[in-house]
Design a protein around this ligand. Structure first.
Ligand SMILES: [Zn+2]
Length: 303
């Protein structure tokens, strides 16, 4: 059996799954952990597709009934548990998911559940899931994806797969080799700017997104020369006020990404920015754990 997983980077992870799947070793629950936009969700979806595919030579084949249903987002054996419009993934949704995942497979060999943004499970929802993780129904595979640490009770019941940042070289090479799929050029620069995140790099191949990112970079870089007071004023103006909390969190995370890039550039000349760079990683963790975005950004920019 051959596996077709066109993932950018993460060769070690792909090797692991090639060996495991070839040997028929399929764990009942995987936890994919690592920074955002590095390919965790993408690879989880590729594996889900692989498990649903019925081809005898290459999986996923993209042609069989299982692959086509999956591509349309209409495979009856694939269930997703996501936050959606809610602030978190509540216990009601989790219970529905568990009931549904426990049914027999309809089309293929597996019943597959995906929990993206697993850190957004409420405590109650997480406890409701524990039994399913502990004693999973036959023919069930779960993929949990998270950018941050989860409760040890969850982590210990899953096969944990860690995803790191992807070298810029790998990203640039992939973009160049698949250039027909992308509109922009200057892949080396785009790969640098994406700072190890292939998902971001693909977004930045769009000229409009690239220009926006460059503008933000100039703004953030200028902010580093300003006083703490001026930075706080900026944080309040940019991240304060009313609005959807989830959207705000996303905006803060993107801002931090740009800030990290600016800091890394500065660090080559001035080691004084080390602590601020370290704090950006803490800030990311706080944001992922649902701490108020404005508070996180104030603390970050005041440090
Ligand atoms: Zn197929």
């Amino acid at each position: 059996m051959q596996y077709s997983w066109p993932l950018i980077g993460h060769q070690n992870v792909r090797n692991y799954f090639t060996k495991a799947f070839s040997a028929g070793r399929i764990h009942h629950a995987y936890l994919f952990q690592g920074p955002s936009q590095v390919g965790k969700d993408t690879f989880a979806r590729m594996l889900v597709n692989t498990l649903l595919c019925k081809d005898e030579q290459v999986r996923p084949c993209g042609k069989c009934q299982g692959c086509q249903a999956f591509a349309r987002g209409a495979h009856p054996d694939v269930l997703t548990l996501v936050r959606g419009e809610d602030a978190s993934i509540g216990v009601e949704k989790a219970r529905e998911f568990i009931a549904s995942i426990s049914l027999k497979p309809l089309l293929g060999a597996w019943r597959i559940g995906m929990i993206e943004g697993a850190a957004q499970l409420t405590k109650e929802a997480a406890s409701a899931l524990l039994k399913t993780l502990e004693e999973p129904p036959l023919r069930v595979v779960l993929f949990l994806v998270s950018a941050v640490e989860l409760l040890p009770t969850i982590t210990s019941r899953c096969q944990r797969i860690r995803f790191g940042f992807v070298p810029a070289q790998d990203i640039a090479e992939y973009l160049a080799a698949n250039s027909a799929a992308f509109t922009g050029t200057g892949y080396r620069e785009v790969a640098q700017l994406a700072a190890g995140r292939p998902g971001r790099a693909i977004e930045l191949t769009q000229p409009a997104a690239y220009e926006t990112r460059m503008r933000e970079l100039t703004e953030v870089d200028g902010l580093l020369d300003q006083s703490e007071a001026a930075r706080i004023v900026f944080a309040v103006a940019r991240f304060g006020g009313k609005g959807d909390l989830a959207e705000k969190r996303e905006a803060c995370l993107e801002f931090i990404e740009v800030l990290q890039y600016a800091l890394r550039k500065r660090l080559r000349l001035d080691k004084g920015f080390v602590s601020l760079l370290k704090n950006t990683f803490k800030a990311e963790a706080y944001l992922q754990a649902n701490v108020d975005p404005k508070l996180v950004m104030e603390c970050l920019l005041f440090s």
